[in-house]
Design a protein around this ligand. Structure first.
Ligand SMILES: *Cc1c(COP(=O)(O)O)cnc(C)c1O
Length: 422
Protein backbone atom coordinates (compact mmCIF):
# COMPACT_ATOMS: atom_id res chain seq x y z
CA UNK A 1 0.00 0.00 0.00
CA UNK A 2 2.86 2.39 0.78
CA UNK A 3 4.13 2.11 -2.78
CA UNK A 4 0.63 2.69 -4.13
CA UNK A 5 0.25 5.85 -2.00
CA UNK A 6 3.66 7.17 -2.95
CA UNK A 7 3.09 6.54 -6.65
CA UNK A 8 -0.22 8.42 -6.62
CA UNK A 9 1.35 11.19 -4.55
CA UNK A 10 4.34 11.56 -6.83
CA UNK A 11 2.17 11.96 -9.90
CA UNK A 12 -0.72 14.01 -8.58
CA UNK A 13 -0.16 15.83 -5.29
CA UNK A 14 1.31 19.31 -5.25
CA UNK A 15 2.76 19.78 -1.76
CA UNK A 16 2.78 23.09 0.15
CA UNK A 17 6.06 24.98 0.45
CA UNK A 18 7.87 22.14 -1.32
CA UNK A 19 9.79 21.84 -4.56
CA UNK A 20 8.25 19.44 -7.08
CA UNK A 21 11.32 17.22 -6.79
CA UNK A 22 11.30 17.17 -2.98
CA UNK A 23 12.50 13.96 -1.31
CA UNK A 24 9.96 11.16 -0.89
CA UNK A 25 7.41 12.22 1.75
CA UNK A 26 6.77 10.32 4.97
CA UNK A 27 3.57 8.30 4.79
CA UNK A 28 1.57 8.85 7.97
CA UNK A 29 -1.08 6.30 8.83
CA UNK A 30 -2.40 7.59 12.11
CA UNK A 31 -1.55 9.97 14.92
CA UNK A 32 -2.17 10.04 18.63
CA UNK A 33 -1.20 12.67 21.17
CA UNK A 34 2.23 14.00 20.28
CA UNK A 35 3.10 11.12 17.98
CA UNK A 36 2.81 10.31 14.29
CA UNK A 37 2.64 6.65 13.30
CA UNK A 38 4.10 6.01 9.86
CA UNK A 39 2.93 3.35 7.45
CA UNK A 40 6.37 1.72 7.57
CA UNK A 41 6.08 1.17 11.32
CA UNK A 42 8.20 4.11 12.51
CA UNK A 43 6.84 6.31 15.28
CA UNK A 44 7.83 9.99 15.35
CA UNK A 45 7.32 12.80 17.83
CA UNK A 46 5.38 15.59 16.15
CA UNK A 47 7.79 18.30 17.27
CA UNK A 48 5.91 21.17 15.62
CA UNK A 49 2.36 19.94 16.41
CA UNK A 50 1.73 19.52 12.69
CA UNK A 51 2.58 23.04 11.61
CA UNK A 52 1.48 24.57 14.92
CA UNK A 53 -2.14 23.45 14.78
CA UNK A 54 -2.48 20.40 17.04
CA UNK A 55 -2.30 22.35 20.29
CA UNK A 56 -4.00 19.53 22.21
CA UNK A 57 -2.23 16.72 20.41
CA UNK A 58 -3.81 14.38 17.89
CA UNK A 59 -7.11 12.63 18.38
CA UNK A 60 -8.03 14.07 21.76
CA UNK A 61 -10.94 11.85 22.91
CA UNK A 62 -13.14 14.80 23.92
CA UNK A 63 -12.71 16.46 20.54
CA UNK A 64 -13.47 13.23 18.70
CA UNK A 65 -16.56 12.75 20.81
CA UNK A 66 -17.76 16.30 20.07
CA UNK A 67 -17.20 15.78 16.36
CA UNK A 68 -19.10 12.49 16.26
CA UNK A 69 -21.98 13.83 18.33
CA UNK A 70 -22.29 16.89 16.09
CA UNK A 71 -22.10 15.03 12.78
CA UNK A 72 -25.08 12.90 13.80
CA UNK A 73 -27.22 16.03 14.07
CA UNK A 74 -26.07 18.75 11.71
CA UNK A 75 -23.06 18.53 9.43
CA UNK A 76 -23.29 21.89 7.74
CA UNK A 77 -25.59 24.75 6.89
CA UNK A 78 -25.18 28.34 5.81
CA UNK A 79 -24.86 31.00 8.51
CA UNK A 80 -26.82 33.68 6.62
CA UNK A 81 -30.36 33.96 7.98
CA UNK A 82 -29.67 30.82 10.04
CA UNK A 83 -27.93 30.13 13.30
CA UNK A 84 -27.26 26.99 15.32
CA UNK A 85 -26.12 25.98 18.76
CA UNK A 86 -22.40 25.42 18.03
CA UNK A 87 -21.87 28.78 16.27
CA UNK A 88 -23.96 30.83 18.71
CA UNK A 89 -22.63 29.33 21.94
CA UNK A 90 -19.03 29.21 20.73
CA UNK A 91 -19.21 32.95 20.01
CA UNK A 92 -20.51 33.57 23.52
CA UNK A 93 -17.74 31.43 25.05
CA UNK A 94 -15.00 33.11 23.01
CA UNK A 95 -16.19 36.58 23.94
CA UNK A 96 -16.35 35.55 27.61
CA UNK A 97 -12.61 34.84 27.66
CA UNK A 98 -11.54 37.71 25.45
CA UNK A 99 -11.63 41.13 27.13
CA UNK A 100 -12.52 43.82 24.60
CA UNK A 101 -14.26 41.49 22.13
CA UNK A 102 -18.01 41.30 21.66
CA UNK A 103 -18.60 39.82 18.18
CA UNK A 104 -17.24 36.84 16.29
CA UNK A 105 -16.92 36.52 12.52
CA UNK A 106 -16.18 32.94 11.48
CA UNK A 107 -13.76 32.10 8.66
CA UNK A 108 -12.19 29.00 7.13
CA UNK A 109 -8.60 29.32 8.36
CA UNK A 110 -5.96 31.80 9.48
CA UNK A 111 -5.40 33.51 6.13
CA UNK A 112 -9.09 34.20 5.69
CA UNK A 113 -9.34 35.48 9.27
CA UNK A 114 -6.63 38.03 8.41
CA UNK A 115 -8.33 38.82 5.10
CA UNK A 116 -11.62 39.31 6.90
CA UNK A 117 -10.10 41.65 9.51
CA UNK A 118 -8.44 43.74 6.80
CA UNK A 119 -11.65 44.15 4.81
CA UNK A 120 -13.69 44.82 7.93
CA UNK A 121 -11.26 47.58 8.91
CA UNK A 122 -11.48 49.21 5.48
CA UNK A 123 -15.26 49.09 5.29
CA UNK A 124 -15.59 50.29 8.90
CA UNK A 125 -13.59 53.43 8.11
CA UNK A 126 -15.34 54.12 4.79
CA UNK A 127 -18.76 53.85 6.36
CA UNK A 128 -17.76 55.89 9.40
CA UNK A 129 -16.75 58.87 7.27
CA UNK A 130 -13.00 58.20 7.09
CA UNK A 131 -12.52 57.11 3.49
CA UNK A 132 -8.83 58.14 3.45
CA UNK A 133 -7.89 55.34 5.80
CA UNK A 134 -6.91 52.77 3.13
CA UNK A 135 -3.46 51.57 4.18
CA UNK A 136 -2.04 49.15 6.71
CA UNK A 137 1.00 49.13 8.94
CA UNK A 138 2.62 45.75 9.53
CA UNK A 139 5.91 44.58 10.96
CA UNK A 140 9.07 43.72 9.07
CA UNK A 141 9.40 39.94 8.79
CA UNK A 142 5.65 39.46 9.28
CA UNK A 143 3.70 36.44 8.09
CA UNK A 144 -0.09 36.63 8.00
CA UNK A 145 -1.07 33.89 5.57
CA UNK A 146 -1.00 33.16 1.86
CA UNK A 147 -3.97 34.83 0.22
CA UNK A 148 -3.14 37.96 -1.78
CA UNK A 149 -4.30 40.28 1.00
CA UNK A 150 -2.65 38.34 3.80
CA UNK A 151 0.63 38.01 1.91
CA UNK A 152 0.59 41.74 1.20
CA UNK A 153 0.59 42.29 4.96
CA UNK A 154 3.37 39.75 5.20
CA UNK A 155 7.03 40.57 4.67
CA UNK A 156 8.76 37.28 3.95
CA UNK A 157 10.61 38.16 0.76
CA UNK A 158 10.83 34.60 -0.51
CA UNK A 159 7.08 34.04 -0.21
CA UNK A 160 6.30 37.27 -2.08
CA UNK A 161 8.84 37.30 -4.87
CA UNK A 162 6.56 35.99 -7.62
CA UNK A 163 3.60 38.19 -6.74
CA UNK A 164 5.10 41.66 -6.40
CA UNK A 165 2.96 43.50 -8.91
CA UNK A 166 -0.38 42.46 -7.43
CA UNK A 167 0.38 42.80 -3.71
CA UNK A 168 -0.45 46.08 -1.96
CA UNK A 169 2.24 48.10 -0.18
CA UNK A 170 2.27 48.34 3.60
CA UNK A 171 3.91 50.80 5.93
CA UNK A 172 6.55 48.85 7.86
CA UNK A 173 7.85 49.03 11.39
CA UNK A 174 10.63 46.88 12.80
CA UNK A 175 9.91 44.76 15.85
CA UNK A 176 12.47 45.36 18.55
CA UNK A 177 13.13 45.81 22.24
CA UNK A 178 15.11 49.07 22.33
CA UNK A 179 14.22 52.78 22.30
CA UNK A 180 15.31 53.26 18.67
CA UNK A 181 12.90 50.57 17.52
CA UNK A 182 10.08 52.23 19.47
CA UNK A 183 10.91 55.63 18.05
CA UNK A 184 11.11 54.33 14.48
CA UNK A 185 7.78 52.55 14.88
CA UNK A 186 6.17 55.72 16.24
CA UNK A 187 7.58 57.78 13.37
CA UNK A 188 6.23 55.31 10.80
CA UNK A 189 2.83 55.39 12.41
CA UNK A 190 2.79 59.17 12.72
CA UNK A 191 3.86 59.74 9.12
CA UNK A 192 1.16 57.56 7.63
CA UNK A 193 -1.18 58.46 10.51
CA UNK A 194 -4.46 59.48 8.96
CA UNK A 195 -4.09 57.17 5.96
CA UNK A 196 -3.87 54.06 8.12
CA UNK A 197 -6.87 51.77 8.53
CA UNK A 198 -5.18 49.29 10.86
CA UNK A 199 -1.98 47.94 12.32
CA UNK A 200 -1.44 44.16 12.05
CA UNK A 201 0.95 42.35 14.37
CA UNK A 202 1.87 38.82 15.40
CA UNK A 203 2.18 39.53 19.12
CA UNK A 204 5.53 38.56 20.72
CA UNK A 205 6.56 35.91 18.17
CA UNK A 206 6.87 35.94 14.39
CA UNK A 207 6.57 32.23 13.76
CA UNK A 208 7.35 32.02 10.06
CA UNK A 209 10.17 34.55 10.49
CA UNK A 210 12.29 31.93 12.22
CA UNK A 211 10.46 32.20 15.57
CA UNK A 212 11.71 35.78 16.00
CA UNK A 213 10.65 37.10 19.39
CA UNK A 214 10.24 40.63 20.73
CA UNK A 215 9.09 42.10 24.01
CA UNK A 216 5.76 43.41 25.23
CA UNK A 217 6.80 47.05 25.23
CA UNK A 218 6.73 47.54 21.47
CA UNK A 219 3.22 46.12 21.40
CA UNK A 220 2.06 48.37 24.21
CA UNK A 221 3.50 51.44 22.54
CA UNK A 222 2.19 50.47 19.13
CA UNK A 223 -1.31 49.84 20.48
CA UNK A 224 -1.31 53.10 22.43
CA UNK A 225 -0.05 55.15 19.48
CA UNK A 226 -2.53 53.49 17.12
CA UNK A 227 -5.38 54.32 19.46
CA UNK A 228 -4.28 57.96 19.74
CA UNK A 229 -4.23 58.20 15.96
CA UNK A 230 -7.56 56.46 15.36
CA UNK A 231 -5.88 53.42 13.79
CA UNK A 232 -7.30 49.97 14.54
CA UNK A 233 -5.02 47.46 16.24
CA UNK A 234 -5.30 43.89 14.99
CA UNK A 235 -3.53 40.97 16.67
CA UNK A 236 -2.95 37.99 14.40
CA UNK A 237 -3.01 35.27 17.05
CA UNK A 238 -3.35 32.41 14.59
CA UNK A 239 -0.09 31.00 15.94
CA UNK A 240 0.31 32.75 19.30
CA UNK A 241 -3.23 32.26 20.60
CA UNK A 242 -4.60 29.43 22.70
CA UNK A 243 -1.69 29.44 25.12
CA UNK A 244 1.15 28.89 22.68
CA UNK A 245 3.17 31.70 24.32
CA UNK A 246 1.83 31.01 27.84
CA UNK A 247 -1.27 33.22 28.34
CA UNK A 248 -4.41 32.34 26.38
CA UNK A 249 -3.89 35.34 24.08
CA UNK A 250 -0.33 36.66 23.67
CA UNK A 251 -1.67 40.20 23.25
CA UNK A 252 -3.42 40.12 26.62
CA UNK A 253 -0.31 38.64 28.18
CA UNK A 254 1.53 41.69 26.85
CA UNK A 255 -1.05 44.02 28.39
CA UNK A 256 -2.72 44.96 25.10
CA UNK A 257 -6.42 44.75 24.22
CA UNK A 258 -6.71 44.65 20.41
CA UNK A 259 -9.67 45.87 18.37
CA UNK A 260 -9.62 42.56 16.52
CA UNK A 261 -8.00 39.19 17.17
CA UNK A 262 -7.54 36.69 14.34
CA UNK A 263 -7.51 33.06 15.40
CA UNK A 264 -7.22 29.62 13.72
CA UNK A 265 -4.84 26.64 14.18
CA UNK A 266 -5.30 25.80 17.91
CA UNK A 267 -8.81 27.30 17.69
CA UNK A 268 -10.20 23.97 16.48
CA UNK A 269 -7.55 21.94 18.26
CA UNK A 270 -6.08 21.25 14.86
CA UNK A 271 -8.94 18.90 14.05
CA UNK A 272 -10.75 20.92 11.38
CA UNK A 273 -9.89 23.92 9.25
CA UNK A 274 -11.61 26.85 10.89
CA UNK A 275 -10.80 30.38 11.96
CA UNK A 276 -12.46 33.45 13.42
CA UNK A 277 -12.07 37.15 14.00
CA UNK A 278 -12.96 38.39 17.49
CA UNK A 279 -14.19 41.94 17.16
CA UNK A 280 -14.65 44.88 19.56
CA UNK A 281 -18.16 46.29 19.67
CA UNK A 282 -17.10 49.76 18.49
CA UNK A 283 -16.23 48.28 15.09
CA UNK A 284 -19.92 47.76 14.35
CA UNK A 285 -20.02 51.54 13.87
CA UNK A 286 -20.88 52.23 10.24
CA UNK A 287 -22.46 48.86 9.55
CA UNK A 288 -25.98 49.58 10.75
CA UNK A 289 -28.80 51.05 8.69
CA UNK A 290 -29.68 48.75 5.85
CA UNK A 291 -28.54 46.15 3.42
CA UNK A 292 -26.16 48.33 1.47
CA UNK A 293 -24.15 49.01 4.62
CA UNK A 294 -23.79 45.34 5.53
CA UNK A 295 -20.38 43.66 5.62
CA UNK A 296 -20.61 41.74 2.34
CA UNK A 297 -18.15 39.06 3.17
CA UNK A 298 -18.35 35.37 4.02
CA UNK A 299 -17.03 31.92 3.29
CA UNK A 300 -18.94 28.78 2.37
CA UNK A 301 -17.98 27.08 5.62
CA UNK A 302 -18.57 30.14 7.81
CA UNK A 303 -19.47 28.87 11.29
CA UNK A 304 -19.41 25.25 10.16
CA UNK A 305 -21.23 23.25 12.87
CA UNK A 306 -18.61 20.49 13.02
CA UNK A 307 -15.75 22.93 13.44
CA UNK A 308 -17.69 25.03 15.92
CA UNK A 309 -18.68 22.00 18.01
CA UNK A 310 -15.06 20.88 18.13
CA UNK A 311 -13.90 24.44 18.95
CA UNK A 312 -16.32 24.46 21.91
CA UNK A 313 -14.88 21.15 23.10
CA UNK A 314 -11.39 22.66 22.78
CA UNK A 315 -12.35 25.42 25.23
CA UNK A 316 -13.81 22.86 27.63
CA UNK A 317 -10.59 20.85 27.49
CA UNK A 318 -8.54 24.00 28.21
CA UNK A 319 -10.65 24.52 31.35
CA UNK A 320 -11.08 20.94 32.56
CA UNK A 321 -7.51 19.87 31.92
CA UNK A 322 -6.05 23.22 33.01
CA UNK A 323 -3.93 23.37 29.88
CA UNK A 324 -2.44 26.81 30.59
CA UNK A 325 -1.41 25.78 34.12
CA UNK A 326 0.74 23.02 32.66
CA UNK A 327 2.79 25.33 30.46
CA UNK A 328 5.34 26.87 32.89
CA UNK A 329 6.82 23.50 33.94
CA UNK A 330 7.07 22.32 30.33
CA UNK A 331 8.46 25.66 29.22
CA UNK A 332 11.19 25.31 31.85
CA UNK A 333 12.18 21.98 30.29
CA UNK A 334 12.37 23.65 26.89
CA UNK A 335 14.57 26.37 28.36
CA UNK A 336 16.99 23.93 29.99
CA UNK A 337 17.63 22.11 26.72
CA UNK A 338 17.70 25.12 24.44
CA UNK A 339 19.99 27.11 26.75
CA UNK A 340 22.44 24.24 26.48
CA UNK A 341 22.04 24.08 22.70
CA UNK A 342 22.59 27.82 22.38
CA UNK A 343 25.99 27.39 24.05
CA UNK A 344 27.29 24.92 21.47
CA UNK A 345 29.88 26.18 18.99
CA UNK A 346 28.02 27.18 15.82
CA UNK A 347 24.72 27.78 17.63
CA UNK A 348 23.28 31.05 18.85
CA UNK A 349 20.13 32.94 19.75
CA UNK A 350 18.47 30.30 21.94
CA UNK A 351 15.02 31.62 22.86
CA UNK A 352 11.96 30.26 24.61
CA UNK A 353 8.49 31.69 25.14
CA UNK A 354 5.75 29.47 26.51
CA UNK A 355 5.69 26.34 24.37
CA UNK A 356 7.99 27.69 21.67
CA UNK A 357 11.73 27.08 21.70
CA UNK A 358 14.23 27.90 18.95
CA UNK A 359 17.94 28.10 18.26
CA UNK A 360 19.87 29.31 15.19
CA UNK A 361 22.64 27.25 13.63
CA UNK A 362 25.56 28.45 11.60
CA UNK A 363 25.62 32.13 12.54
CA UNK A 364 23.99 35.11 10.83
CA UNK A 365 23.79 34.92 7.06
CA UNK A 366 24.76 31.27 6.95
CA UNK A 367 22.90 29.73 4.04
CA UNK A 368 23.93 26.11 4.44
CA UNK A 369 21.80 23.11 5.17
CA UNK A 370 22.41 22.66 8.90
CA UNK A 371 18.68 22.84 9.74
CA UNK A 372 17.93 20.06 7.28
CA UNK A 373 20.81 17.96 8.50
CA UNK A 374 19.38 18.19 12.00
CA UNK A 375 16.02 17.20 10.49
CA UNK A 376 17.59 14.02 9.06
CA UNK A 377 19.30 13.21 12.34
CA UNK A 378 16.05 13.70 14.28
CA UNK A 379 14.15 11.49 11.84
CA UNK A 380 16.58 8.66 12.52
CA UNK A 381 16.10 9.16 16.27
CA UNK A 382 12.31 9.39 16.20
CA UNK A 383 11.17 13.00 15.73
CA UNK A 384 9.67 15.05 12.92
CA UNK A 385 11.66 18.26 13.39
CA UNK A 386 11.11 20.44 10.32
CA UNK A 387 13.35 23.52 10.55
CA UNK A 388 12.77 27.08 9.37
CA UNK A 389 15.94 27.45 7.34
CA UNK A 390 18.72 27.12 9.91
CA UNK A 391 16.43 27.73 12.82
CA UNK A 392 15.73 24.51 14.68
CA UNK A 393 12.62 24.81 16.81
CA UNK A 394 9.96 22.88 18.66
CA UNK A 395 6.32 23.83 19.18
CA UNK A 396 4.92 20.62 20.65
CA UNK A 397 1.31 20.05 21.69
CA UNK A 398 0.75 22.09 24.86
CA UNK A 399 -0.38 19.02 26.78
CA UNK A 400 2.47 16.71 25.79
CA UNK A 401 3.18 14.56 28.85
CA UNK A 402 6.40 15.70 30.55
CA UNK A 403 8.09 12.31 30.08
CA UNK A 404 7.43 12.51 26.34
CA UNK A 405 8.65 16.08 26.23
CA UNK A 406 11.90 15.00 27.88
CA UNK A 407 12.26 12.21 25.33
CA UNK A 408 11.61 14.62 22.45
CA UNK A 409 14.11 17.14 23.82
CA UNK A 410 16.74 14.41 24.19
CA UNK A 411 16.28 13.67 20.48
CA UNK A 412 16.51 17.35 19.57
CA UNK A 413 19.69 17.76 21.60
CA UNK A 414 21.35 14.62 20.25
CA UNK A 415 20.44 15.62 16.69
CA UNK A 416 21.83 19.16 16.98
CA UNK A 417 25.00 17.85 18.66
CA UNK A 418 25.43 15.24 15.93
CA UNK A 419 25.47 18.00 13.32
CA UNK A 420 27.44 20.68 15.17
CA UNK A 421 29.89 18.67 17.23
CA UNK A 422 30.46 15.70 14.93
C1 LIG B 1 -0.37 30.01 9.94
C2 LIG B 1 -0.57 31.47 10.08
C3 LIG B 1 -1.50 32.15 9.28
C4 LIG B 1 -2.25 31.47 8.18
O1 LIG B 1 -3.16 30.54 8.65
P1 LIG B 1 -3.71 29.41 7.66
O2 LIG B 1 -4.70 28.65 8.48
O3 LIG B 1 -2.53 28.58 7.26
O4 LIG B 1 -4.33 30.09 6.51
C5 LIG B 1 -1.69 33.49 9.52
N1 LIG B 1 -1.01 34.13 10.48
C6 LIG B 1 -0.12 33.52 11.27
C7 LIG B 1 0.58 34.28 12.34
C8 LIG B 1 0.14 32.16 11.09
O5 LIG B 1 1.06 31.55 11.85
Amino acid sequence: MIDRILAADRRHVWHPYSPLDAPTPLVVERAEGARLFLADGRVLFDANASWWVSALGHGHPKLKEALVRQVERLDHCALAGITHEPAALLAEELVARTPGASRVFYTDDGSTAVECAAKLALQHHVQSGRPRRRRFLALEGAFHGDTIGASSLGDVELFKRAFGSVLFECVRARPGDHPEAFAAMERALDQAGDELAAVFVEPRVQGANGMAMYGAELLQRLAARAKERGVLFVADEVFTGYGRTGPFWASHGAGVVPDMICTAKGFSGGMLPMGAVLIAEHLTEGFDGGRERAFLYGHSFCGNPLGAAVARAVLRVYDEERILDGIPARSALLRETFDRLGGLPGASGARVLGMIAAVDLGGPGYLGDLGWRVYDEALRRGAYLRPLGNTVYVTPPLNIPEAELRALLAIVEASVRAVLVA
